[in-house]
Design a protein around this ligand. Structure first.
Ligand code: HEM
Length: 410
């Protein structure tokens, strides 16, 4: 019998998977919608209803410590950051907290991320986008990730934090290094870079937090410093950890959505024509980009005690990998799931997850991507992939994105 792929083969470390994850989602779903991947010690879920029930599962945990010792989650969690070193110690980010800790921190953060607060960022996002576009004016062929897509979300989140004075490039490359902490295959050198990036980033945030305590302003860090609900304050380590998470989650994923979305658009000339001749479709188009190639392609939950997920038994210690990417291409949920349809109706995708951990930054990410792509396509409706320099996908399990996207702008 033909052996089915497992573990690393089901990640972008496998060149074929990297080029065509959708083919793999379909293959796995056909074999078993609840696929036992022995190499990574996990159950991989690919059906929309299973994936949704898993990320929403109240009895499930996000903590790797509850997983069996053969689960890849143990390797992901052994990121070397939970060691107290000098002035810098580590608190797990929001996405790795269970209730009641999660509820407490999320409700303190929620206020800074209401749709109204985010709408207040519109003008600034437009200014940053226009500035970056002015920097590429006249150029015919560029790497869009380096010159436009990469710096934009980093600049936006730094602005929100009241840190317009620091180096965007530093924060961008530290974020990329920290994200590698999600790779169970990472070697020693990557581990070293990740640790160094985390320490450097958190040192800067520590100073910023101290400065806001002395003199608060109207920015995101000041609102975290002020945040108080009942008698629960965020402590300094929690604020630093949140800043790091907001920085990393807020920039790499948003850049990836722009790159993945543009890649899909440039590969679908009809969709590109339709959108560039009617840019009021941008909101719809961005939702389809989130469904078609979502930046966080997989997430995980651990079963704390025997339970049921979507009517099926799951067992204590089991790691459930919820493939958001596969769910978004489940033919029982989406008609013609592999067609990139910017006018798709009822697009109930899972690109931002669901349940208590649903993406905190979703309104911000949506606004940024809508503004950036609209302004870019207004100027360059005929933007195309550069046939001489093929795009380069990021080699990072559970994430989907590009590190290079070379385009022709004329
Ligand atoms: C297109 C861009 C983005 C995508 C696709 C995305 C996707 C996601 C997903 C799928 C989750 C849930 C993970 C899980 O259930 O395990 C999540 C959580 C989260 N995201 Fe995003 N995200 C994006 C942008 C942002 C931005 C801009 C921010 C903030 C500035 C942000 C902050 C967060 C935080 C803090 C969480 C954890 C929420 C919690 O645990 O309660 N994300 N994101």
């Amino acid at each position: 019998m033909k052996r089915f792929p497992e573990g690393k083969e089901l990640t972008p470390h496998n060149k074929e998977y990297r080029a065509n994850a959708r083919k793999y989602y379909g293959m796995i779903r056909e074999l078993s919608a609840r696929y036992k991947d022995k190499e990574y010690g996990r159950t991989l879920l690919t059906k929309y209803d299973d994936v949704k029930a898993t990320v929403r599962g109240k009895e499930l945990s996000v903590k790797a410590k509850y997983s069996q010792s053969d689960s890849y989650m143990r390797r992901v969690a052994a990121n070397g950051l939970d060691i107290h070193e000098g002035e810098t110690a580590y608190e797990p980010p929001l996405v790795l907290l269970d209730d009641p800790d999660h509820r407490r921190v999320r409700s303190l953060m929620g206020k800074a991320f209401t749709p109204r607060a985010i709408e207040g960022m519109r003008q600034r996002i437009e200014e940053i986008t226009k500035y970056l576009l002015s920097q590429i004016r006249g150029k015919k062929r560029i790497d869009l990730v380096r010159h436009f897509i990469g710096p934009l979300p980093t600049q936006v989140i730094l602005d929100m934090m009241g840190m317009a004075h620091v180096s965007v490039q530093d924060f961008k490359s530290w974020s990329e290094d920290i994200l590698m902490g999600y790779d169970p295959e990472r070697g020693k050198s990557v581990q070293k870079r990740l640790r160094s990036a985390y320490l450097q980033m958190s040192r800067v945030f520590k100073k910023e937090v101290e400065a806001r305590r002395a003199q608060p302003g109207e920015d995101l860090i000041s609102s975290m410093v002020r945040a108080q609900e009942k008698d629960d304050k965020l402590n300094d380590l929690e604020i630093i950890s949140l800043c790091t998470q907001l920085m990393v989650a807020g920039n790499v994923t948003t850049s990836d959505l722009m790159a993945n979305g543009l890649f899909a658009l440039m590969n679908n000339p009809n969709a590109q024509n339709k959108l560039t001749s009617d840019l009021t479709l941008i909101e719809h188009a961005v939702e389809e980009m989130l469904r078609f190639d979502c930046p966080i392609s997989e997430t995980a939950r651990i079963v704390k005690s025997d339970a049921e997920v979507n009517g099926c038994p799951v067992h204590k210690g089991e790691t459930l990998t919820a493939s958001l990417g596969a769910a978004n291409h489940d033919p029982t949920k989406f008609e013609n799931p592999h067609v990139f349809d910017i006018e798709r109706e009822a697009n109930d995708h899972l690109g931002f997850g669901s349940g208590i951990h649903v993406c905190l930054g979703a309104p911000l990410a949506r606004l940024e991507v809508q503004i950036a792509l609209k302004l870019l396509l207004e100027q360059y409706p005929n933007i195309k992939l550069n046939p001489d320099n093929p795009p380069v996908r990021r080699v990072l399990p559970f994430f989907s994105g590009f590190t290079r996207l070379d385009v022709c702008l004329e």
